[in-house]
Structures are given as C-alpha cells and as structure tokens.
Design a protein around this ligand. Structure first.
Ligand code: C2O
Ligand code: CU
Ligand code: CU
Length: 461
C-alpha cells in the first residue's frame, strides 16, 4: 500500500464518522501524496451525475491531512484534457507553490504532473481547489478540505469534516453550465442541490456525551451559507483556520453564522447525553430551514465536558504594528465597460463586470496586469476594503493572514482570517504584516465575480 492510499483512506473516514488516526511519528518523513485529477460520476440526486471532477473514482476529493511544521509533497497528475493548477487556500507557503497560473506557475497541461512541496506553518482547517479552469472544475466538484493538525492533542474524542457545496443540475441530474451572465453581474448563480461531502444530509455517528471537533468548510462557488446547530452546547474554537482570539457566539436560528465561499469554522461540540439524540446542522435558505448534516449520539454516555479541552495553540502570526502601518485603499465594484477578458488556457466567462480600483482582471492570466498594491517585506499595512456595490463579496488574500479591525456598518471581531465577507456598501479596514514575499492573488471568492474582473494581486517585495 502506498502512502497515498493510506492518506486517502484516512481522509475518506469522514464518510463513516470517527477519528482519522494517522499515527504521526515525531520524526515522520514528508507526507507524500499522489493526486490525480480525473473525471468521475457520482450519485448526487436520483441518477448518476457524469463528468464530475475529483481526485478518485466515485468519491469526492479526499480530505488531505498534514501536520503543522511537517513537509508535504503533493504530486498532482492532471488526467483531464484541459489545463489546471491547484491552490491551497489559507496556507502561508512559498509563493511558487501557491498554484496561481501565470502568477506563480504555468498551467499544468493534460498528462503533466506538478509537484507541490511545502511545510504548513499553521495548524487548522484549510482547503484546496483549482485556480485555472476555476469556474468549471470547481463547479464540477473539485473542492476538498485540508486539515493541518496541531502538534498537541486538544482532547477531542472524534472529529467530523463537513464540506458544504451546491451543484447546479438539470432535470436528468447532469451538470448545467455553472453560471449565467445575469448571475455573474449580480450575486452569482446558485446551485439547486445543496450537499455536505457530496451527500444530502448525511448522518454521522459519534459517542453519546463525547466531544467532537466539527470542521465546516464552505467550498461553494457562490452561496453564502447561513448556518446554525440545533445545540448551543459548544464553542467556536477556530475561524478560517486560526484559533479565535475573540469569542464568536454560538450561532442560533435567530442569529445564524454567515460563512462565505472560502470560509471555515471549527466548533467544539458536546454530543447529546442521551443515545439516539442528535445535533443538526441547518442552513437557512430564503427563510426555509435546510438540513445539511446530522451528528447522532450512539453508545454509552462518555460524560465529557467542554472544560476538559486544551485550548488550541496560537499559530505563529506576526502582529501588525498599527502605528507605522501605511494605508492602501481598494475599491470593489463595477467594471468600466468593455475590457475583453483573456484567460489564456484557464477559461473565461467571456465578459467583464467587476473590478478592483476600476481595473478588471479576470485572474489566471499574466497579461495587462500590475499589482493592486505593492508592500514592503516585513512592514505593517492597513488595507481599506471598500465595497461600492450592493452585492456581498468574500474577499480573499493568498499567502498572508490578516485581521479585520473596523467596519462602517457593524462591530467586528478581530480574529485572524484569509477571507473576509464584505457586506453591501461596507468599508472595512484590515491589518497585516507583509511577511511572505511574492505576488499574492487577491480576489472575490464568488467565482463568477473573480472570473469577470473582481481579482488582482498584491506584491510583497
Ligand atoms: Cu481559495 Cu484564490 O483562492
Ligand atoms: Cu487562497
Ligand atoms: Cu464578489
């Protein structure tokens, strides 16, 4: 058995629930994983959906596991007859491993392999997706969760990973074109089948009265999930990968949690103390409640308490020096008409609707671009993000973590993140230390917005 099979098996354990035990030795060699981009089919609805894109047959992309500070080698073979490139969302790794075509590497052609090598500096819940043919490959299924384990054991009995995403299917359950131009120019085009781990409302068993680490990732191309659990016996312990430094209240039906595309939340959950009782994860969709997944108590009561958990250790993030921080303003809005998008080998929606500072860039393309900001390595900065549109935008920065400071609309908690959900006409200041050199993609994670201009990059030099 190759290590790759081992990791993928471990990753696949989320279908049955329970802990994926990797038996990590203190001096483990690099995690070597072979991944192969391939077409597959899967039963999402009533008839198998063909032409999906995954990394194995008849299964969603696996959870990829790593450990903080341990090298990983991911050999990505592209078995499709179109180009790709893989991005590791949220990982603060060297620029040339970031998977952005033309900006950090050339697109990977069919039958070509690219070896991604990096050592994750931070623990937490991250994810991966292509950054070339982004719209179609993601909409066809290619979005997976990445778990970087802490060096310490926090004391959970088990873990559950929920990858939330929608698919846009026609009447015969086949993939429809993932966008409409009308959608791309507005809030995006929504799928019509909402899934967790490609399944409809899967049920996962966990021990009665035990402590479960629930990792939820929104890897959808469009939908901002509005979520709550039917139990508030829990605690949000991490947000977008990083341990929370400012307590986010547990969501309720009245005050659900907004999780934009690209965002993740880790929740420490106490399972119900009576066997057969459950915690439901619910999404609110236009006033309706949609069951996404269930955690079910089974077996004898473990009598655990949330107080027994060891707090997650902080990730090694540099604190911005707000006194010396220079301010850069970035405006997200409509595009001044008519720039013809040209995405090389990486796919285009054929139109431009959006821009950053009035300059549209369809991403995934080297030509006609200059950085939207140039930052000096090691210095602190405040980026003033101004949404001059009525639509929401989950704004994502590669390679660096940042802290939101203040908003003109609401009180915000300054927890570390890589993706901030900007509300309608909101202006938010975020702070960061430019401590990772390179050209870092910076874009809206509603993929239709990204691919029609709401994209750019920030240079750290
Ligand atoms: Cu999830 Cu450019 O990123
Ligand atoms: Cu990213
Ligand atoms: Cu957007």
């Amino acid at each position: 058995m190759k290590r790759r099979d081992f990791l993928i098996t471990a990753g696949a354990s989320f279908f049955t629930g329970g802990v994926a035990s990797l038996g990590l030795g203190a001096n483990a060699a690099p995690f070597v994983t072979d991944l192969e981009l391939q077409k597959t089919s899967f039963l999402l609805q009533n008839q198998p959906t063909k032409n999906m894109v995954s990394l194995s047959q008849n299964a969603p992309p696996p959870v990829i596991y790593g450990q903080q500070g341990k090298p990983m080698h991911l050999n990505l073979l592209n078995s499709l007859d179109e180009y790709t490139a893989m991005h590791w969302h949220g990982l603060r790794i060297p620029n040339k491993m970031d998977g952005v075509p033309y900006l950090t590497q050339l697109p990977i052609a069919g039958n070509e392999t690219f070896r991604y090598e990096f050592t994750p500096p931070d623990a937490g819940t991250y994810w991966y997706h292509p950054h070339c043919m982004t719209m179609t490959q993601m909409a066809s299924g290619l979005t997976g969760v990445m778990v970087i384990k802490e060096k310490i054991d926090s004391g959970f009995d088990s873990e559950e990973i929920i990858n939330l995403r929608d698919f846009r299917l026609d009447k015969s359950d086949q993939l429809k074109k993932p966008y409409t131009l009308r959608g791309a120019a507005r809030a995006g085009t929504f799928g019509n089948v909402m899934t967790a781990n490609w399944l409809k409302a899967p049920v996962y068993n966990h021990k009665t009265g035990s402590l479960v680490r629930l990792r939820i990732a929104n890897t959808d191309t469009t939908r901002i999930y509005s979520l709550f659990l039917t139990s508030t016996e829990g605690q949000i312990i991490a947000w977008d990968g990083h341990p929370t430094e400012h307590q986010i209240p547990m969501p309720t039906e009245q005050h659900p949690l907004l999780l934009g595309p690209g965002q993740r939340v880790d929740i420490a959950c106490k399972m119900p103390e009576i066997e057969g009782q459950a915690i439901n994860l619910i999404a609110k969709v236009r006033g309706h409640k949609k069951l996404m997944s269930t955690l079910l108590s089974i077996g004898p009561d473990q009598k655990r308490s949330l107080k027994e958990l060891t707090p997650l250790p902080k990730n090694p993030l540099a604190k911005p020096d707000l006194k010396s921080a220079k301010i850069h303003e970035l405006i997200f809005g409509w595009s001044p008409e008519g720039t013809e998008p040209n995405n090389g080998f990486c796919g285009s929606l054929g139109k431009t609707f959006w821009s950053i500072n009035r300059v549209p860039w369809p991403g995934d393309n080297a030509s006609n671009t200059s950085p939207v900001a140039t930052l000096k390595l090691g210095n602190s900065y405040i980026l003033r993000l101004r949404n001059s549109s009525p639509n929401l935008h989950p704004i994502h920065l590669h390679g660096l973590a940042f802290k939101p400071l203040r908003s003109n609309k609401r009180k915000i908690l300054p927890n570390w993140t890589d993706t901030f959900l900007l509300l309608k006409n909101e202006v938010v200041d975020i702070a960061l230390v430019a401590d990772n050199p390179g050209d870092w993609a910076f874009h809206c994670h509603v993929i239709e917005h990204q691919k029609t201009g709401l994209s750019g990059y920030i240079r750290v030099t």
